[in-house]
Design a binder for this molecule. Structure first.
Ligand code: MN
Ligand code: MN
Length: 314
């Protein structure tokens, strides 16, 4: 049994792990690993997401255990720990960094743990999907201002604007079981939007999301991903910059934190096998509100994952 003395201490105390969970030393004692992925070498504009995991760890000390709506306590459902950060030996070669991320998440999965990743720029989701989609393409729910299905940028096909185009090409996600929620902002070309729609993804632009509301959006997402294994990726820029200014490519007119919480809560029961929160950029987050929003979304994802993971062994 893992000791949980930190979580029972006042919240201002001790070294900041995610949600004040114990550091994972022996993976066999845990069900869910929260993993920091401090990498932002694939951004197309403003950097800083490499500092995301550290600030989300700090902000997540605010998060307590029992969910205010479901009354579930993920820390009672599962053994949840902080696996630390992906230990990089490369930083200046995106493909090499991605290989290290993939290897780390594959090792965690091989030991039977479900992962909740905290980025990092959105390129890090691609190697995580490579590690997880071992038995065929996954269902995919993405909250984001951007589809991230552009092809190449400045000579690279691995930028944070491209991961889900690559994921479709590599058979990691099933475009027909993919929904992208919160898409907005003017573009210089429609190439990314066109790719998403041409491959069969449901692109829920923000104007339509605003009309139908978070509950209906969640219901549609549930219908699209069905009851197969599904991954959820939450780009913090899906939120309006009023709620999440600290990110590299903000777009006004996004989800409120209330809408995002409602959306995630309505996804309970989907067969999630992993999730992430990415693109928190602390240098653009002087008041720390983006880190807190990221930590709170991560808690909601932890509740979804622990609900699933606790049924796995039952
Ligand atoms: Mn993104
Ligand atoms: Mn984005």
């Amino acid at each position: 049994m893992v000791s949980d003395t930190v979580r029972s201490s006042p919240r201002f105390m001790h070294l900041p792990t995610f949600m004040r969970a114990p550091l994972i030393e022996d993976r066999s004692e845990f069900d869910i690993a929260m993993v920091g992925v401090p990498y932002d070498g694939a951004v197309t504009n403003r950097p800083g997401a490499r500092h995301g995991p550290r600030e989300v760890r700090s902000a997540s000390s605010m998060i307590r255990a029992i969910h205010p709506v479901t009354r579930l306590n993920p820390f009672e459902l599962c053994q949840i720990g902080d696996a630390g950060d992906v230990p990089f030996e490369n930083l200046y070669d995106i493909a090499a960094v991605h290989a290290e991320i993939e290897a780390f998440f594959r090792a965690v999965g091989d030991d039977g743990l479900t992962s909740l990743a905290i980025g990092g720029d959105h390129s890090v989701t691609l190697p995580i999907l490579r590690a997880l989609a071992t038995e065929g393409p996954l269902g995919f729910i993405q909250v984001d201002a951007h589809t991230d299905t552009w092809d190449s940028f400045m000579g690279s096909e691995l930028s944070h604007g491209a991961p889900f185009r690559r994921a479709v090409e590599e058979g990691l996600i099933d475009a027909n079981r993919t929904v992208q929620i919160g898409i907005r902002g003017a573009q210089n070309s429609m190439e990314g939007w066109d790719f998403s729609e041409a491959t069969g993804m449901r692109v829920l632009f923000m104007d339509e999301f605003t009309q139908i509301g978070a509950e209906a959006a969640a219901q549609e997402a549930r219908d699209i991903v069905g009851d197969g294994p599904t991954y959820l990726s939450f780009d913090i820029d899906g939120l309006d910059p009023a709620f999440a200014p600290g990110t590299g490519t903000p777009e006004v007119g996004g989800l409120s934190t209330v809408e995002a919480l409602t959306l995630l809560r309505e996804l309970r029961g989907v067969q999630f096998l992993g999730a992430d929160v990415v693109e928190v950029s602390p240098p653009f987050d002087p008041a720390g509100i983006t880190a807190l929003a990221g930590a709170t979304m991560a808690y909601e994802l932890l509740c979804l994952l622990s609900d699933q993971s606790s049924k796995k062994g039952a």
